[in-house]
Design a protein around this ligand. Sequence first.
Ligand code: TRP
Ligand code: SF4
Length: 336
Amino acid sequence: MTEKMRITSGMRPTGKLHLGHYLGVIRNWANLQDNFDCNFFIADWHALTTKYNQTKEILASVKDVALDWLACGIDPDKTTIYVQSLVPQTAQLHIYLSMITPQNWVERDPTLKDLAKIMKDRQENMSNLSYGLFGYPVLMTADILTFNTHFVPVGIDQVAHVELSRDIARRFNNIYNTDFFIEPEPKLTETSHIKGLDGNKMGKSFNNDIKISDTAEVTEAKIKTGITDRNRIRKDDLGNPDNCEVIYDYWRIFGSNEDCDEISCACKCAKIGCFECKKRLANIINTKLAPIREKRLELEKNENLIHDILHSGSAKARTKAQVTLDGVTDKVSMYK
Ligand code: TRP
Ligand code: SF4
């Protein structure tokens, strides 16, 4: 049997996950588990790069993120699920990589450029960006190279980082005259982009999200706040689903083709009001999420379960990571 190709990806622990995470990321991860050797980790060091003074929140989020992942079908029997900070080999690898990474490669990083711009607009001093934050693209490279990864499933916004990790892997190979590191490739999966209830990008800080862990009641109440066709004020105004920014978009994501046709038709001839339309949508979304939510509640009941899963996953990750690290110290010719 040939060895499976390796995949690595991570997510920052910044709170309970929402439907954007589920549809855009976790669902894809779950589908990769059978055909690849997957490593999915909770990136708590990455969270520290900006939230170094909100560590209690990070800590609480680790458990929430793990619960969300497991409820959505990330399976610890198939996949190595771990916490970044429980695998110190990544930090050690980061040291070696940081020595060979030219500073201007890091400064080129688009995310950091954006951050620098935000800081400037806010008239904050650039020196408020920590050394660790500047190093974050190299840390991300270390995450990926820890398992000598072939593919990195990420969204389009992270592709530049994976490109950097290819550059660093190649540079390592050149400098130490080896083919030790595989050049990892971004794996862009088809993602369904779900808007927030207010029409902007769904995000926890915008207060426009529906959480995986929300109850059916909360979900329904949130959907009632969703943007519809802004020209449709009264129930007997004819609606236009194409102008229904958020709610009809959700129908397209969660409804069947027949559902969408039916709603579209009823909306255009004012046979259905937005109130009723949202209620039906909420029912469909809640029905789809019910198994995930039930599983999450079930997992939550077991006090030690998440702790045990994260610790045994991290032990597995350490064993794999040590093999890479031994190879690196050997190629670099460190004292032994
Ligand atoms: N930087 C990613 C994000 O902000 C998270 C991340 C950290 C990651 N390390 C990674 C993703 C390694 C893929 C591979 O979303
Ligand atoms: Fe949108 Fe439904 Fe209202 Fe039509 S009836 S505008 S699809 S919410």
